[in-house]
Design a protein around this ligand. Structure first.
Ligand code: NAG
Ligand code: NAG
Ligand code: NAG
Ligand code: NAG
Ligand code: NAG
Ligand code: NAG
Ligand code: NAG
Ligand code: NAG
Ligand code: NAG
Ligand code: NAG
Length: 660
């Protein structure tokens, strides 16, 4: 039986640092610098700096009756050099000061009491800047009468490896290694333990793994994980290539340029997007859009076409070259879309538009294309190929039941390569493509493991066909192909809050998911800010937690469990015995975590323990630069290695002409 372990974690505790609900992600102090401390850049990568000075009216961090000091300054300098004002350093005008307020709950107790903390803010954003020289930089924000917040950034060295002309990045959404193992087991036969065939992924000349945690929590969503993969910066849940500032608004947040945008800007190359999800979903959107709120579908579609507009434009983006997937609902004329049909609008911008596989295959390879084949997500591989009766319920872009002529990931990807390659060749450039096996994740969410594994196998089949096709068109030698995932499928728990509740359902509120899942509280003593980089030594020596019983703990979990109670606290008295048996099988152990909440088992009642589980996500690579993808990586390293292989690091603002 394959089991999927749900990793859930919590935050650093301590009364001085309210962790359950952060005031502002990445900003534990009252002065915020975005991008935050510990960020790396590709040389010449475009970004925005934002600084905020916050003054909470009440709560544990109350400052000056909620009045932030208007006298604040931000300075920057290279390592060892004198710091100078950011405006002088970058040669830009001093932006206007923004003034606003927001409220938040300090922790679950404050939330329960309905006691919000109002915070007044002064802020400035410095737009469209680049750091060109490799090395370290220090940023110092001085505020509120002498408080300081520092950030150390590093511009990584320029590339010195063999260069790739083209790049294809496959994302198996939610594809943890345990899923790959399960898919292999399903689809490939063993004789006496020896596989008679293997997955294409198994043949990768470079294999590594990457750690997926986000800027402010262990568990990521597709938006912040894809942003990490494509910008090299950890983000917050829901953030697409933009840091989540305290405005609570989706736009004007500090942005970071992705490797796909750099590829377009620096080489004038083609950029294509393929996904089995609705096309405004987070992973496709992370290729080239910027908002702290992934649900801004209309804006995301606008950015695919025109880039970020208004005062926040960095360079003339001129639109993606192709977009294939589901999600016609966001392109239809309706009130949410200003009553404009995006299909008509894109056609007027020169895109071929298609609604089924027949039309997809008939697209002229020399022209840009928009192909959306269903209202919502594309149907799963299993529905398209095995349980075809289910297609009676799949909805066409026009709204009719019975979307029988849908392409799969393979059909969309191969056609995308043909179009991008033809267009790139005509223009003397390279091409880039992001292709997402999105339904692995979506099916895991609904616990439909068979459909998830079917789509994982479809990804492997697409990979096999892609490598073969690249060889046929003579691009294999020049194309870097990377396959990876964004996360596996699980949270943190506030054990103090959990223990204080009496009812099971109230206890469950102590479990923090996604953005409330927090950071490890195991390695930093209670009450110490997460930005304090002092190395704390465990009583057991380096490599062990400083503590095993913080207030905010891992809310671990497994998809395959016996009856048990959870309080997510260490059982210091003896090894856990979650369930005990009588002649009717295993039941809750009344002595195990009596203050916890009950989780009903979902496996054979003769089993008293959960069964085996999940890991970091894998990385596979082929082609020029593939060797960069070996070993254990962070998700952000993927962006830097892509940039290295594509030679995107530049010591000046390089821009190449691009022709539609
Ligand atoms: C403002 O802050 C700067 C440096 O932080 C300091 O030199 C200056 O005296 C301050 N001015 C006022 C009016 O407080
Ligand atoms: C927050 O801003 C609003 C609108 O500017 C203002 O009316 C309100 O007094 C402010 N709240 C606090 C606590 O300062
Ligand atoms: C802060 O003050 C507001 C307004 O007076 C109040 O509603 C809120 O409960 C207070 N919050 C805390 C955390 O004390
Ligand atoms: C854009 O910036 C200009 C100059 O700073 C300003 O006058 C204008 O109001 C801004 N427009 C928007 C939409 O923010
Ligand atoms: C880089 O060049 C582009 C194109 O000329 C321009 O739009 C952009 O503002 C420049 N960026 C910087 C940081 O100078
Ligand atoms: C869109 O159409 C609806 C219904 O006809 C109308 O109420 C709404 O004002 C329209 N919106 C725009 C932006 O034109
Ligand atoms: C494909 O879509 C076009 C346009 O909606 C339609 O005319 C055609 O019949 C469809 N083909 C199939 C095989 O469904
Ligand atoms: C597509 O997937 C998303 C995320 O799981 C889900 O919310 C949505 O309902 C799906 N759409 C359709 C039409 O199945
Ligand atoms: C970091 O935390 C340690 C332990 O609490 C403390 O001794 C040290 O002074 C702190 N350093 C900074 C820079 O705050
Ligand atoms: C076994 O234990 C469960 C839970 O305590 C109880 O409901 C059940 O009646 C017991 N069965 C037998 C045969 O003792």
């Amino acid at each position: 039986m394959v089991a999927f372990k749900l990793l859930t974690v919590a935050l650093v505790a301590g009364s001085a640092v309210a962790q359950t609900f952060r005031r502002t992600a990445s900003c534990p102090k009252l002065g915020c610098v975005f991008p935050p401390d510990q960020v790396d850049f590709v040389a010449g990568q475009t970004f925005d700096i934002r600084i905020e000075v916050q003054a909470p009216v009440n709560g544990s961090e109350a400052y000056n009756n909620g009045k932030p000091d208007p006298n604040f300054s931000v300075k920057i300098g290279g390592e060892g050099a004198e710091l100078m004002d950011v405006t002088t350093f970058f040669g830009i005008a001093d932006p206007a000061v923004e003034s606003y307020n927001f409220t938040y709950y300090e922790d679950l107790f404050a939330s329960q009491a309905g006691a919000k903390t109002p915070v007044n803010v002064l802020a400035k954003s410095y737009r469209n800047i680049q750091l060109h020289n490799p090395g370290k930089y220090k940023v110092v924000l001085t505020y509120n009468g002498g408080m300081t917040t520092e950030a150390t950034w590093e511009v990584l060295p320029l590339s010195d490896c063999k260069k790739a002309k083209n790049v294809i990045v496959f994302i198996g959404d939610g594809m943890a290694t345990s899923m790959v193992s399960a898919a292999r087991l399903l689809a490939h036969k063993t004789v006496n333990g020896r596989y008679q065939s293997r997955m294409k992924m198994d043949e990768a000349p470079a294999y590594g793994s990457q750690m997926t945690h986000s800027l402010d929590s262990f568990i990521t969503d597709s938006a912040n994980s894809a942003s990490a993969l494509f910008t090299g910066k950890k983000m917050t849940v829901n953030g697409l290539n933009a840091y989540t500032d305290s405005t609570g608004k989706g736009f004007a947040n500090p942005k970071v340029e992705t490797v796909f945008e750099m590829f377009r800007r620096i080489t004038g190359g083609q950029v294509g997007i393929v996904s089995k999800a609705y096309i405004a979903d987070a992973t496709p959107a992370a290729v080239c859009t910027h908002t702290s709120q992934r649900s801004q579908y209309t804006a995301i579609i606008e950015q695919y076409l025109n880039g970020v507009t208004g005062n926040f434009t960095w360079f003339p983006w001129q639109g993606v070259d192709l977009l294939f997937g589901g999600g016609a609902e966001n392109f239809l004329a309706g009130p949410g879309n200003g009553n404009v049909s995006q299909f008509e609008r894109w056609a007027s911008h020169g895109y071929q538009v298609g609604y089924n596989n027949t039309q997809l295959q008939a697209f002229d390879n020399a022209e840009r294309a928009l192909g959306l084949f269903t209202r919502g997500n594309i149907s799963t591989w299993l529905d398209q190929h095995v349980y075809k009766d289910t297609l009676d319920f799949a909805v066409t872009p026009q709204g009719a039941r019975g979307a029988y002529d849908q392409p799969g990931l393979k059909e969309m990807t191969l056609k995308a390569i043909d179009i991008l390659h033809t267009r790139a060749k005509a223009r003397g450039t390279g091409f880039s493509l992001m292709s997402e096996a999105a339904l692995i994740d979506k099916e895991m969410h609904v616990q439909d493991v068979d459909r998830a594994l079917g789509d994982l196998l479809e990804l492997d089949d697409t990979l096999r066909a892609t490598l073969k096709h690249l060889e046929e068109i003579g691009e294999l030698e020049d194309t870097l192909v990377v396959v990876t995932a964004d996360y596996g499928h699980g949270c943190t728990a506030d054990t103090k809050f959990l223990e204080a509740q009496t009812a099971d359902r109230a206890k469950r509120n102590a479990v923090g998911v996604y953005q409330n899942s927090g950071l490890s509280a195991y390695t930093v003593p209670e009450g110490v800010l997460p930005t304090n980089h002092t190395q704390f030594t465990s009583p057991q020596g380096d490599g062990f937690p400083v503590t095993w019983d913080p207030r905010y703990t891992i809310a671990h979990g497994w998809a395959a469990i016996p009856d048990k109670r959870e309080d997510f606290k260490i059982n210091s008295y003896h090894e856990r015995i979650p369930a005990v048996s009588n002649t009717s099988g295993y039941f809750f152990n009344p002595q195990d975590n009596p203050a916890g909440f009950a989780m009903t088992g979902n496996i054979d009642v003769s089993e008293g323990q959960g069964v085996h589980s999940l890991v970091d996500v894998p990385v596979y690579a082929w082609g020029p630069g593939h060797e960069l993808f070996r070993g254990v990586m962070g998700n952000v390293d993927i962006a830097f290695r892509l940039a290295e292989a594509l030679d995107l690091g530049k010591t000046s603002n390089v821009t190449a002409p691009y022709t539609k």
